[in-house]
Design a protein around this ligand. Structure first.
Ligand SMILES: Cc1cc2nc3c(=O)[nH]c(=O)nc-3n(C[C@H](O)[C@H](O)[C@H](O)COP(=O)(O)O)c2cc1C
Length: 178
């Protein structure tokens, strides 16, 4: 399975995750670059699309798309990527390092709603969606601390325990789907 990981990240957690996936699968990696990379405008849904990717997406059996969730929405750079390349994507896997937990998945700001949107936008090509809630790296008594969760970013020091176990299972799942 020729695979590419494509990602957008504002604070670095999804960049970290994307790099780790590409390293584990020994596959290509490319960052999505918005034409206008202004975070506040994205929140207002003002965006000008993304720059063309350097890699030829049609040449891959599988695209793993990785990026954050803001305000319970599929963020503009990720949506633009799916819309621009949907005819060239063979299989899509969507991965997010977000703040919402598994229990909050179907709430207003939960990742479940974004998974539904990805599946709709990808027109049947999305075979798997996986969340890595950033709170998984926090101790049990801090997992509910919303301020701390929002300030936490993935790095080599905290990527262990529960999140690492979830990551290993994800990599096995993706590899088995070959
Ligand atoms: C303005 C803003 C809104 C956010 N809204 C959500 C949300 O609705 N649901 C969620 O799960 N996480 C939400 N988050 C958390 C981000 O998804 C999380 O911090 C993510 O790891 C950031 O990824 P990055 O470091 O790659 O930019 C939000 C973060 C910001 C800054």
């Amino acid at each position: 399975m020729k695979t590419i990981v494509v990602y957008y990240s504002n604070k670095g957690s999804n960049k970290y995750l994307a790099e780790k996936i590409a390293q584990s699968l020994t596959c290509d990696l490319e960052e999505i670059k918005p034409r206008l990379n202004v975070f506040l405008l994205f929140l207002m849904n003002i965006h000008l699309g993304i720059k063309p990717l350097k890699h030829n997406i049609k040449g891959y059996d599988r695209v793993i798309l990785c990026g954050p969730i803001w305000m319970g929405k599929l963020i503009p750079p990720l949506r633009s990527f799916i819309q621009k390349y949907s005819s060239k994507i063979n299989q899509l896997v969507f991965v997010t390092c977000c703040a919402s937990t598994d229990d909050q998945k179907n709430e207003k700001f939960g990742h479940g709603l974004v998974f539904n949107e990805v599946e709709t936008q990808a027109k049947g090509k999305c075979i798997l969606c996986q969340a890595f809630p950033v709170g998984l790296v926090l101790p049990d008594d801090k997992k509910e601390d919303a301020n701390l969760v929002m300030k936490t970013h993935l790095n080599n020091e905290n990527f262990n325990g529960e999140i690492q176990d979830r990551f290993k299972i994800f990599i096995e799942k993706v590899t088995e789907m070959n």
